[in-house]
Write a protein that binds this ligand. Structure first.
Ligand SMILES: Cc1ncc(COP(=O)(O)O)c(C=O)c1O
Length: 296
């Protein structure tokens, strides 16, 4: 926290913290994978760069360099001596002083919290529903920034989906095109071609999304970024979510309609299998995406 290592129980902030009242924070979600005595942090620099960009968008005066945040992340993991998969949550936030809506008037604070995390969803294959909530437009809020306040939109969609008996939601953008999940990007497979909504569909440009685009192309698939209409979801051969937390997660049903034969499809499985090897350092070609923590 602000440059100090603090035990979990003592990692507290003041109740007047502006970010608690107004969501004035930007954050990241990063994974580290444990494999044969090493933890590999996946695309650490890319995540830290996105964090710094998010701060720039919302005008939080971040005091730390990319290098400092990368080093602090590695130090925090090392000190915890994890021998499990881990989740890393850096956050830059507006500190004490609730009585202002001017982000320039608050002290800016930063922290990195880490904890063990294995699978996000226990099941492989989700039943999803299209939300009545639209993804927030970047004429109102910047979905491209990973800003805390944006996540109320995601939480409304998640609760609505769960109340309707679904595992997860899909949000449409303001024009009615498919945008993304509450914390995931989405891919559609049709006739061997992968499609995913473009940045202009109010998405967070996911790092897993970029990874999957590269892996799929390397596997010989055509990948296109294009607007996707809701009804295309109903006739897709395969659908899957991507995200740091959910990794590659098949969607087996949308709005009560089975996707393909209602089982995770072959393209999704192939990309899932490759991704699981890549993040554990088992694919030499992609080793530059990994930062080893212990360096043994
Ligand atoms: C709204 C939203 N979209 C997409 C993603 C996927 O992004 P990434 O693959 O960088 O984790 C996330 C998760 O970080 C998210 O919160």
């Amino acid at each position: 926290m602000d440059g100090e290592l603090v035990p979990w129980e003592q990692a507290k902030i003041h109740i007047s913290t502006n970010a608690l009242h107004y969501g004035s924070a930007v954050f990241e979600g990063i994974r580290g994978y444990y494999h044969e005595g090493e933890i590999y942090v996946f695309k650490l620099r890319e995540h830290i760069r996105r964090l710094i960009d998010s701060a720039r968008i919302v005008m939080l005066r971040n005091r730390y360099t990319e290098r400092e945040l990368v080093d602090a992340t590695i130090l925090t993991l090392r000190e915890n001596r994890y021998s499990t998969n881990v989740y890393i949550r850096p956050i830059i936030y507006a500190g004490e002083n609730v009585m202002t809506l001017d982000i320039a008037e608050v002290p800016v604070r930063a922290a990195i919290l880490t904890f063990p995390l294995d699978k996000f969803f226990k099941k492989f294959g989700l039943r999803v529903g299209v939300s009545s909530w639209r993804r927030l437009p970047d004429t109102s809020m910047p979905p491209r920034a990973k800003a805390a306040a944006n996540y109320l939109n995601s939480m409304l969609a998640t609760r609505e989906a769960r109340m309707a008996g679904f595992d997860e939601a899909i949000l449409l953008d303001q024009s009615g095109f498919v945008s993304e999940g509450p914390g995931e990007n989405i891919f559609l497979v049709k006739d061997g071609v992968l499609s995913t909504p473009p940045a202009s569909s109010a998405i967070l440009e996911g790092i897993t999304r970029g990874t999957v685009m590269t892996l799929a192309r390397d596997l010989g698939y055509q990948v296109v970024e294009r607007q996707i209409s809701r009804v295309e979801l109903y006739t897709a051969d395969e659908l899957f979510f991507t995200g740091t937390a959910v990794e590659i997660q098949p969607i087996i049903e949308v709005d009560g309609r089975a996707v393909g034969d209602g089982q995770p499809g072959p393209v999704t499985r192939r990309i899932y299998d490759l991704y699981q090897r890549v993040v554990r350092g088992q694919e030499h070609r992609y080793r530059s995406w990994l930062t080893p923590v212990y360096g043994r």
